[in-house]
Design a protein around this ligand. Sequence first.
Ligand code: ADP
Ligand code: MG
Length: 623
Amino acid sequence: MPQKIRILPEKLCNQIAAGEVVERPASVIKELLENSLDAESLEIRIEVERGGKRLIRVMDDGTGMSQDDAFLSLERHATSKIQSESDLFRLGTLGFRGEALPSIASVSRLTLSTRSMQSEEGWEIYTEGGTVKRAGAVGIPAGTSIEVRDLFFNTPARRKFLRRDETEIGHIADVVTKLALAHPEVQFRLVHNGRPLLEVNRHGNLAERVAAILGRPLLKDLIELRQEGPEGLCLSGYLSRPDANRSGTGSIYTYINGRFIRDRVVQHALMDGYRNLLLKGRYPIVVLFLSLDPELVDVNVHPTKHEVRFRDQRLVHDFIANSVRDALRPSGWLESGRSAPMAVEPAEERDSEPLVMPLAERQEGGRGVLPVEAPTPANDQARRGVQEALENYGRKLGQAAPDAARFAGARQHGPFAMPEPQPAEQGPPGFFSSLRLIGQYRRSYLLCQDEDDLVLIDQHAAHERVGFEKLRAQYRQGNIERQALLFPAVLELEFREAALLAEFRQDLDRLGFDLEPFGGKSFALKAVPRILGDARAEQLVRDVAGELGSVGKSGLVEEALDEVLALMACHSVIRANQDLSPAQIRALFAELDQVDFNGHCPHGRPVMKRLALADVERMFKRT
Ligand code: ADP
Ligand code: MG
């Protein structure tokens, strides 16, 4: 039998390795930036064209390489960072596999230019698909520049997997954000198609860097944490107060020994520390660095080093959970002994942050969805969350002095707008309109009589349902009524959020949000769905974009749409603990009659309960 097994050629090996390391332009940038950081650079400039598909260039002022090293760096398993097996457990660098450069070179046209401090002149090597085509001396400043053109030009199948420029640049910004947060001492500049996208100067401390990257207004919502633990464990960084939160895990930045890692144990521990402080489906904003003896953690379990393995998982978990809990305690958020999940109640009036309703939880692997209460059907949880939040909101509103002028002024549109009594319509009245109104109970429930039965209606659930159905009908007709904002709100976003907004701008537009790019990662919000009125829309826009992002462009399916619309309807509802005049109640009933209650309507809590006369009589032992 002839020999069948062959050793693969070097080039093919590199391409296979590239499959693991190089998924998209952002992964190229991650590897190049890690190399620049390992080379002790203080200034790094990243230039990208067409989402990195046409060009990626990373320039640094680091140590540079000698001529020999420059050639070697393009060889597989060539690294200056480790020498022996024991080094693997004493890693002080981000890289160590010696795979990145040859892998990237094998699937692109790569130019490496580098000069070390010690050499007079630099050296430039041009490769195509991993083959060296040209090399020669060049006069350049000390440091290294790597240019990657036409990524995947020789692997068209992989090129097809690349997404739109906006999506790719979003991933790139995400990578830069993660590395820049961990290196405040380094200046980063990211330029896309000639336009600066991110610029951070060298900073003296983490707080300044966090402000520069995640937005300065966030600082006031952050609590500093610094905690030393057993076995040399150390945790430091910033945590958000529970009322500053997000709809996804995207603002959780966790690092292990300086390396960004999204680890299940760490994530779980974090959420454990926040237990009972966040509504279901809400996540904190976190920038946290865990450092520990490299012997206690193995980072060599995944080619992109996104996962780790701890020697003692329990120890790390409990240390993080306890540190987080302790850090949150002095601020008065944590009330010991409270075990039931509770809605977040702001200690002080914080009208800058609107209350946001949780979405039904998506069981999506890898998103780090960690239940904080016993699992029950997802919808039910969302509903309960909504209820708690609404009650809270209601309480908040109840405390505020009623603002008559505002009510009057907003009569025709805002969320405070009371439905106007409708002119009597022809035909028989609908079910709700035919009810005999008895009165309002605790400013929240409407008591009515239907024939002989007693009917109770939850006024804010009813209003929410009406809002949801209206929005859905308007959406289907392609014209959600919108209201221009007198003063456009400028949203300062994270890069990832900005990329999402850019990507889903059209979808958001269909939903009634008029957004305009406002330079960098800012957007001006010029109009909002009318039904929201003056409810602060900023958080909502973020959440809606996040929701769309998690569903994906192609999957903007009815179900997700319902969630988005329910989210919007929730924002418009502020009707608990509010006196309603009989005319307003009649108007609400008229609107309820327009709603198709028999249709599928997955998001409503019960709007109405009925008590039969017989039941009442039994209660009083009259039968
Ligand atoms: P690794 O980072 O795992 O060692 P790479 O393929 O990423 O492997 O890089 C190979 C080697 O090239 C590195 O070990 C380093 O010595 C050198 N190198 C790569 N990029 C730079 C840079 N920007 N500045 C200085 N040296 C670099
Ligand atoms: Mg490397």
